[in-house]
Design a protein around this ligand. Structure first.
Ligand SMILES: Cc1cc2nc3c(=O)[nH]c(=O)nc-3n(C[C@H](O)[C@H](O)[C@H](O)COP(=O)(O)OP(=O)(O)OC[C@H]3O[C@@H](n4cnc5c(N)ncnc54)[C@H](O)[C@@H]3O)c2cc1C
Length: 481
């Protein structure tokens, strides 16, 4: 395969979320011509991403195998998008009334620590979560009580310093011991979108079609695709050699257009933006485990700049919604969400919905951190519908699948799976002769690597403003691990 015929092949990516934008970025960086179609006005403007699941420790219910995959994929994603990561740890606490035991978490943490070491042995550039010995640290009651007497830090440097706000402000009588601190970092969706957009805009091999909704797909005998779309209100037709469906929770609609069937679930969820002037120092993320879908579902406290805190509460009244999880049928690959969810996605939330659910999220969290009661709702929720291929709603790792000739889906559950998808896709494209074999898994991103932190911040500020969120969501508290 030579460079000259490589660029003859034309690839369409449908959907400019983190999956489609990252696939377009990957393929155009290795020399393929890509057209990216996004029906919205900017890239990566779908459901939120706030946590880099480097070990899957938020999910007690998933198998170890998925946690190991999440660790690998998160390290890879962090290496691709380092300036989108807020390098602060996560505290994991088990409430006293929960059936789980903290010591049940330990075998998995130890497995993840070993896996992290193996990844570093393979490539020292994988050492992005700090020292292996520091991957997690346990805190017993006595140590937390002692830490509660110390001053909080504006920029915590040690595991102990990170634990001070938690020790000081959590009602320690309500949690079991030990409490875990783990190196799962924050992930900023605005910065992620900004990095991908800036890279793609700089790459002459990528055509970005914004405000372009794909409405028809047709394949001819030679396996070439005709793609019909409404682009800025104008109907247009294009021809492509390969179609990649990365349409997020609308993946089923594109499958229907292409004539392929797949079972999948779609789930609508929301997180709430609050502001809390409560404390002096910088907080880690904090997770209070709980059984999903019950009134004591997991509570997640995700800190941002300017005392902003994003909250999840895994109960039907906060993050989850009655009838928010729907499945495809034998007639359509697209699960049908109720109109009330589509109205939120397409037109926004009513003020009273924001206030009621936001306040419930504050109440849920302040069971454990009483002073958090003073927080207030500080904007519209971060929300959306996400796709889950198959019929297992607890699946957290998923990726690429192929159908017929020259059609792939990149159907991710967590954003970190994007590079695994891109590698598998490149392998397929190499089999078809679209790209040189030596490019498979090469992962060279000269254009993306050249994007400056300042430019990312500037673009992220613009996205927060355009999308109606507080500007401080564009920033991160800690730039380096
Ligand atoms: C509340 C919540 C919290 C979450 N938190 C995290 C987290 O902390 N960490 C994490 O890793 N993941 C998280 N997720 C999951 C994460 O948001 C998704 O995995 C990710 O956004 C999926 O990206 P995507 O590119 O597949 O889909 P999307 O972001 O939905 O992108 C699909 C794009 O396709 C476009 N599109 C659809 N149809 C068409 C068409 N016909 N023509 C053109 N364009 C089309 C859409 O406009 C959209 O922009 C969370 C999800 C939710 C709901």
């Amino acid at each position: 395969m030579t460079n000259s015929n490589m660029s003859d092949k034309k690839i369409a990516v449908i959907g400019g979320g983190i999956a489609g934008a990252s696939i377009a970025l990957y393929l155009s960086e290795i020399g393929l011509k890509v057209d990216l179609f996004e029906k919205g006005t900017s890239l990566v403007n779908g459901p939120p991403i706030c946590h880099l699941h480097a070990g899957g420790n938020l999910y007690r219910e998933i198998p170890d195998e998925q946690c190991v995959t999440l660790l690998h994929e998160s390290i890879e994603a962090l290496r691709l998008y380092p300036d989108s990561v807020d390098y602060r740890p996560t505290v994991i606490a088990i409430p006293a009334q929960d059936a789980g035991q903290p010591l049940d978490l330990l075998p998995r943490l130890s497995l993840l620590q070993d896996e992290y070491q193996k990844l570093i042995d393979k490539d020292t550039n994988n050492k992005v979560l700090g020292e292996v010995t520091d991957y997690y640290r346990l805190f017993e009651q006595k140590e937390l009580q002692a830490l509660a007497l110390l001053d909080e830090h504006k920029i915590p440097k040690t595991a102990e310093q990170w634990m001070i706000p938690f020790a000081k402000h959590t009602d320690l009588s309500l949690v079991k011991f030990p409490v875990v601190l783990v190196q799962e970092f924050g992930w900023n969706v605005f910065r992620l979108g900004a990095t991908a957009a800036l890279s793609l805009e700089k790459n002459a091999l990528c055509n970005i079609h914004l405000n372009s909704k794909v409405t028809k797909l047709q394949q001819n005998q030679q396996a070439q695709w005709q793609l019909h779309c409404i682009e800025e209100d104008v109907e247009s037709d294009y021809h492509f050699d390969y179609i990649i469906n990365a349409a997020g929770f609308k993946t089923g609609d594109i499958d229907d257009l292409a004539g392929f069937h797949r079972d999948r679930l779609v789930e609508f969820k929301a997180a709430y933006v609050t502001q809390w002037q409560g404390t002096e120092g910088l907080w880690p993320e904090v997770i209070f485990h709980g059984t999903r879908g019950t009134p004591q579902g997991m509570a997640q406290f995700t800190p941002y700049a300017d005392n902003l805190v994003q909250l999840h509460g895994m109960t039907d009244k906060i993050t989850l919604f009655e009838d928010g999880l729907v499945e495809s049928s034998k007639f359509s690959s697209q699960p049908k969400l109720d109109a009330s969810f589509l109205r939120k996605i397409d037109k926004g939330w009513l003020e009273k919905e924001i206030t009621i659910r936001g306040q419930r999220a504050i109440d849920h969290l302040s069971q454990y951190i009483p002073a958090f009661k003073n927080a207030h709702v500080a904007g519209k929720p971060l929300f959306g519908a996400q796709q889950i291929p198959g019929d297992d709603a607890s699946l957290r790792t998923a990726g690429i699948s192929f159908e017929g000739n020259n059609y792939a889906r990149c159907e991710i559950v967590k954003a970190s799976s994007v590079l695994t998808c891109a590698d598998a896709l490149t392998e397929k494209l190499a089999e078809l002769g679209f790209v040189d074999q030596h490019k498979v898994g090469a992962r060279l991103f000269p254009i993306t690597d050249s994007i400056e932190d300042e430019a990312i911040t500037e673009r992220s500020e613009l996205y927060t403003q355009q999308r109606g969120y507080p500007i401080a969501l564009a920033y991160r508290n800690i730039k380096q691990s």
